[in-house]
Design a protein around this ligand. Structure first.
Ligand SMILES: C[S@@+](CC[C@H](N)C(=O)[O-])C[C@H]1O[C@@H](n2cnc3c(N)ncnc32)[C@H](O)[C@@H]1O
Length: 460
């Protein structure tokens, strides 16, 4: 692999004798890995080999998955390179926490954070770029998380509305992407000598807003996929110099390096951060730091229920009696037990959402998904959302139809499926393949009408 001369000279100076090994590490084939998803029932029953676990990520495995497999479509697996997986582990997310993932697309960290919340608490997952925010939304939908709000905002607008709101904030910052060089050779084309400095300016702007949103006593997890000290240790030193925070030690597993004090004014505290270098570690490369807000008089963990900012969305309207009736009828037919409390249901236009009152008002913010969508009311009927099929447990389904692999493919590519000798009555069914929910379909006289979202259809 050819690297810019300025890049080689810079790292020769920073790394000394290690430069040869570093450049060689950056030239080998990228490492593939994936995570399995504990939000799903029997989540380790996947067609992929789980023989090579990643030691520092309980749900992580080395290996390659296909974006067109049943496991991927149903959100049982998520492809992510091994160093990126360590960020959410460092965050030590606990069910019930209120978390912001500020730079979230395509959703590697957000999907992992959401599985760790296990349906309790709230994840606000934000992406500034509209196109990337849609991809983020699709990835969150697939994993089946019901407690995620997806925003498409600037950090400035979010902080103006949700100051002091979050227990933990993840800033996986836009960066010069040196750790992407072997995965995406295009990243090399963007690189120039001043690029890390330019990125650092933007990172500081993002962090100024981030600090406004952290609850007193909250934690900030900052990460990049670059090796540039300007965007790593120097950013952390700038935070320590300007805010009342302290670094928390990040555990170093096999192959992980400590952050380098000599990259930021010889502050030995930098050893608490972690650097993942491709010549030492089986992954592409990352920098991760964990910090704690030190402001005094802090509640350990103000729960969502006690949060003053939580009011529910101002743009939602109440569900009408008729709509409630339609929803309950659908629910009774298709699901075995009540999964969403009726008092948490709200409407936005004709769409039905799960949005507990304790969640914040995001009415002034641009969003992609303002909560968890259950479905849509159409004239006198209720049509369930695709995401609902992916969010309910297989064993909670009352009305399911099991299809084989060929029928699954026929359906996800947008075709109707005709059942042979069907004695099912007409109505909505959850479709399952290998005991995985993969979509809703409406059965009409033995034919499953296709409701698979048009933009997500695929063929193999
Ligand atoms: C490293 S990527 C995030 C990867 C993601 N966390 C994941 O794990 O899949 C950084 C993201 O920050 C977004 N971004 C760019 N400028 C930003 C800004 N000023 N504020 C917030 N996010 C920004 C980019 O669009 C990009 O999607």
């Amino acid at each position: 692999m050819e690297f810019p001369t300025d890049f080689k000279e810079k790292y020769a100076e920073l790394l000394g004798d290690e430069i040869g090994a570093f450049l060689e590490g950056l030239s080998v084939a990228p490492i593939k890995a994936f995570r399995i998803n504990p939000l799903k029932e029997n989540f380790d029953k996947v067609a992929y080999s789980l023989d090579e676990p990643i030691p520092y990520v309980p749900t992580g495995f080395y290996g390659e998955i296909s974006g067109k497999s049943l496991e991927h479509q149903t959100g049982y697996v998520y492809s992510q390179e091994p160093s990126a997986m360590y960020v959410a582990e460092v965050g030590d997310v606990q069910p019930g926490e209120i978390i912001l993932d500020l730079c979230a697309a395509p959703g590697g960290k957000s999907t992992q954070i959401a599985t760790k919340l296990a349906g309790e608490g709230l994840l606000v997952s934000n992406e500034i770029n509209r196109k990337r925010a849609s991809i983020l939304s699709e990835n969150i939908e697939r994993i089946g998380a019901t407690n995620v709000i997806i925003l498409n905002e600037t950090p400035q607008n979010i902080s103006a509305n949700l100051s002091g709101f979050f227990d933990k904030i993840f800033v996986d910052a836009p960066c010069s992407g040196e750790g992407m060089f072997r995965k995406d050779p295009d990243a090399i084309k963007y690189w120039h000598k001043d690029y890390p400095k330019e990125c650092a300016i933007r990172q500081r702007e993002i962090l100024v807003e981030t600090m406004k949103m952290l609850k007193p006593g909250g934690q900030l997890i900052y990460s990049t996929c670059t090796f540039a000290p300007e965007e790593d240790e120097k950013i952390i030193q700038w935070l320590l110099d300007n805010y009342n925070i302290e670094l928390l030690p990040v555990k170093k597993h096999h192959g992980m390096d400590a952050g380098r004090p000599n990259f930021a004014g010889n502050n030995s505290e930098m050893e608490k951060t972690v650097r993942l270098f491709p010549h030492h570690f089986k992954g592409e490369g990352h920098f991760i730091a964990k910090m704690q807000d030190k402001r005094a008089g802090l509640a350990d963990n103000v729960s969502l229920r006690k949060s003053k900012k939580a009011k529910g969305n101002s743009f939602f309207r109440k569900i009408t009696k008729n709509e409630e009736q339609l929803w309950l009828e659908f629910h009774k037919n298709v699901l075995k037990k009540e999964l969403f409390n009726t008092k948490d249901l709200k409407c936005w236009g004709d769409q039905l959402f799960y949005y507990p009152d304790v969640w914040p008002d995001i009415g002034k913010l641009k969003f992609v998904k303002p909560g968890f969508q259950l479905g849509v009311f159409k004239k006198k009927r209720f049509e369930p959302a695709y995401g609902l099929a992916l969010a309910i447990k297989t064993s909670d389904v009352q009305q399911a139809i099991k299809l084989d692999d060929a029928q699954w493919l026929k359906y996800v590519s947008g075709n109707v499926v005709t059942l042979v000798d069907s004695d099912y009555r007409n109505g909505w069914y959850v479709l399952q393949c290998h005991e995985k929910n993969f979509a809703f379909a409406k059965l009409v006289n033995g034919t499953l009408k296709n409701f698979f979202p048009k933009g997500l259809r695929f063929n193999i």
